[in-house]
Design a protein around this ligand. Sequence first.
Ligand code: L14
Length: 269
Amino acid sequence: MTKEPVVAILGATGAVGQEFIRLIEERKFPYSKLKLLASYRSAGKKLTVNGQEYTVEEAKPESFDGVDIGLFAGGSISKELGPEAAKRGCIVIDNSSTFRMDPNVPLVIPEVNPEDIAWHKGIIANPNCSTIIMLMALKPIHDLSPIKRIIVSTYQAVSGAGKEGIDELRDETEAYLKGEEMQPKILPSKSLPKHYPIAFNLIPQIDKFVEKDYTKEEMKMVNETHKMLHDDSIAITATTVRVPVFRSHAESVYVETADELSVDAVRKA
Ligand code: L14
């Protein structure tokens, strides 16, 4: 690219979009033009990036004409607009789970499998947050000796459920401390009929149950790890737990490698 890229952020007003903007400012990410896009519900809102005010536009297929890089925060909007943007020559970095397991879409952590970027056809998927954290730590170990088995437990903040998840923890905490009834609406998943409080609680369920008594979040960690390490034979079991923390996920990871490694070598890696 001779000139600095035209960048669009889809979902600019959400929890992930706000982090995109914060990082673009912090890292002085170069762009010649920036477009902030969102669904019709958030269109018209005003946001300031690098001291300049922008009006959030409603995202449509044509919004991506002339855009070089599309940063997609996530959600169901990716499914239609991802291919539409790619068709218009925009390279989409998609944070939703829509395309992650699509064999035609590379799933990439730059520090883990940057070589997979080369075969993209317009969309590059960004993994689940818990998978990224785990593989950032495990890839250097995998390079010393192939990983054979992983047992992981996560402690996931409510920010993973977006702005609504963050509001839920705050509202419930306030209600509880005032001696009022808590009104859970979002967790473990908005789409499920029953909701549980997260304030002063833990919920050992993130998203729906899908197969073999594992949740969708747990299976994402299994399937995405197999795809990015290019090895479906790695034995992985994940237990994902929501904790009453606003931001930052944590994990406990047990790992076995093909060869015996010294703790020193692992630490160094
Ligand atoms: O797959 O609720 O990107 O903490 C990441 C956050 C799934 C849900 C993903 C959460 C989402 C997860």
